[in-house]
Design a protein around this ligand. Structure first.
Ligand code: HSE
Length: 437
């Protein structure tokens, strides 16, 4: 049988990795797919640039529209990132009757509903495993492996760059900027690294995970994001003393009121496996009612780990090229006409526990005032620690609370801030137990 011809758009880190993986594992891949797979046409912004891959035998162009219109190509692999040109190219590819494989999380999180609907009308597949958690086949695991479950929640370290920065700062006392520069050099970081650091990249990925876990349309605009740039050494150390690690976590939970969709720094008990996921590694915990808690771990960024997911998707598409569109796995795991309209909750409706660090005058009654405010807002204290402060007349108070509704915490913090014995802002970091029960 003739090999399947693939058109590649983007020959950067992931594009180069994809060419390499398809070339060096060609035999093994064709044994799985049932036929050969070749990249016959590829577009890059500058075709003369040095690359990490061999491009002999591939027709190169600087015009991606040429690849999308190539009649010999059945699958378009979009690896340019961004959501303007990429959206245009993907919609054109679909209109031309081509299947699409993409690693583009921003594209899927923001325009996935439109893209899947166009693909459904054309009877083509859009596969996006590489969009979430690099090489970890988490989309497939949730969409297919956990299809028998009512999924209750998921939580993940889903940005390699952010995790790499937090780990290096904690373990090697390196400064933020130098670690970020290294992540950029290694090809982990987004074109705009604030996407990594401020949680936008993780929110793109969490949006996708929540949709396939809970069967709701993609709603990136409702995700809450908070970055890691304000995490201090002091809080990392206090958290550690109390038995916690701070991770930048994406959390999505189904509750009676709706779905939580949030990315923020989070204290996690050091005893949890996910708390020990360091460097550029990613991990996603998924809790299903039948299976219990499951954990998926692997490289979340980088050329070949991401290419592993891209090539897995190409093989999937090749295997079902001739099957009826209605017999394929639905894009968002649930049949398109069975998606639910469960609302995404605003951040002040979410339920979580908290770490608070309060600097206050070291005098009688201060602690009582603070704990009274917490109690009056229905917030129960789990543990408390008073530390010496560098200035003699002040104290640092660390409080870990039980789970509460965020709006109660907001009200309590307003009242605590208004006390004249409080110095500066109270630091508040959310805390998740991630219990398997
Ligand atoms: N910038 C992303 C990360 C790349 O660091 O995780 C993979 O999506």
């Amino acid at each position: 049988m003739e090999p399947v011809k693939v058109g590649l758009i983007g020959l950067g880190t992931v594009g180069g990795g994809t060419v390499n993986v398809l070339q060096h594992n060609a035999k093994e891949i064709s044994r799985r797919a049932g036929r050969g797979i070749v990249i016959s046409h590829a577009a890059a912004r500058d075709i003369n640039k040095p690359r990490i891959c061999q491009t002999d035998g591939i027709k190169l162009t600087e015009d991606p529209l040429e690849v999308v219109a190539d009649p010999d190509v059945s699958i378009i692999v979009e690896l340019i990132g961004g959501d303007t040109l990429a959206r245009e190219l993907v919609l054109k590819a679909i209109a031309n009757g081509k299947h699409v494989v993409t690693a583009n999380k921003a594209l899927i999180a923001k325009h996935g509903n439109e893209i899947f609907s166009a693909a459904q009308k054309q009877g083509v597949m859009v596969a996006f495993e590489a969009a979430v958690a690099g090489g970890i086949p988490i989309i497939k695991a949730i969409r297919e492996g956990l299809a028998g479950n009512h999924i209750e929640w998921l939580a993940g370290i889903i940005n390699g760059t952010g995790n790499f920065i937090l780990t290096e700062m904690r373990d090697k006392q390196r400064d933020f900027d130098s670690v970020l520069a290294e992540a950029q050099r290694l090809g982990y970081a987004e074109a705009d690294p604030t996407f990594d650091v401020e949680g936008i990249d993780a929110a793109h990925k969490l949006t996708i995970l929540a949709s396939i876990a809970f069967g709701v349309p993609l709603q990136f605009e409702k995700a809450y994001t908070e970055g890691i740039s304000k995490i201090t050494r002091e809080d990392v150390d206090y958290a550690s003393e109390l038995g916690f690690t701070i991770k930048h976590l994406g959390v999505s939970r189904r509750t009676d009121k709706g779905i939580e969709l949030r990315v923020h720094p989070t204290l996690i008990s050091k005893r949890r496996l996910i708390a020990n996921v360091d460097g550029v590694m990613n991990a996603v915990l998924v809790k299903g009612d039948a299976v219990g808690a499951t954990l998926y771990y692997g490289a979340g960024a980088g050329a070949e780990p991401t290419a592993s997911a891209v090539v897995g998707d190409i093989v999937d598409v090749v295997r079902v090229l001739t099957s009826d569109p209605e017999n394929r796995v639905p894009h968002l795991a649930f049949q398109p006409d069975s998606l639910s309209d469960t609302p995404i909750l605003a951040i002040d409706e979410i339920e979580t526990a908290y770490y608070l660090r309060i600097t206050a005058s070291d005098q009688a009654g201060v602690l009582a005032n603070i704990t009274t405010i917490l109690a009056n807002n229905g917030i129960s204290i789990d543990s408390m620690l008073q530390k010496e402060h560098s200035s003699e007349d002040k104290a640092t108070i660390i409080i870990i609370t039980h789970t509460t509704i965020e709006k109660n915490m907001n009200t309590a913090l307003e009242k605590i801030h208004a006390l004249d014995v409080i110095d500066g802002d109270v630091v508040r970091i959310r805390l998740e137990h991630l219990d398997a029960e």
